[in-house]
Design a protein. Sequence first.
Length: 82
Amino acid sequence: MAQALPVPPPGFDELSTEEKLSYVSALWDRVIADQDNLPVSDAHRELVRERLALHRANPQAARAWSDARRDIEALLRQRSAR
C-alpha cells in the first residue's frame, strides 16, 4: 500500500488559483490514464442502466451533443452578459 500523502501537498497553498487548477488537472489526467482500473460504484452502474433503459424506450428524446453544447454555450453567454 502506498504511503499517505499530506493534503494538500507541501507548497500547494502557495500556488496561484490557475496553478492549482493546472496541478489538479495534471493529477486527474494521470488517474484516468488507466481507465480500465478505475472503480465504478454500484450506484453509478445503476444510473447508467436506468438512463440506457430510458433512451431505449424513447430514443427520439435524445439530442445531439453539438445541439446541447450550442444551447449551453448560449446560456452561459447570456449569464455572463448580465
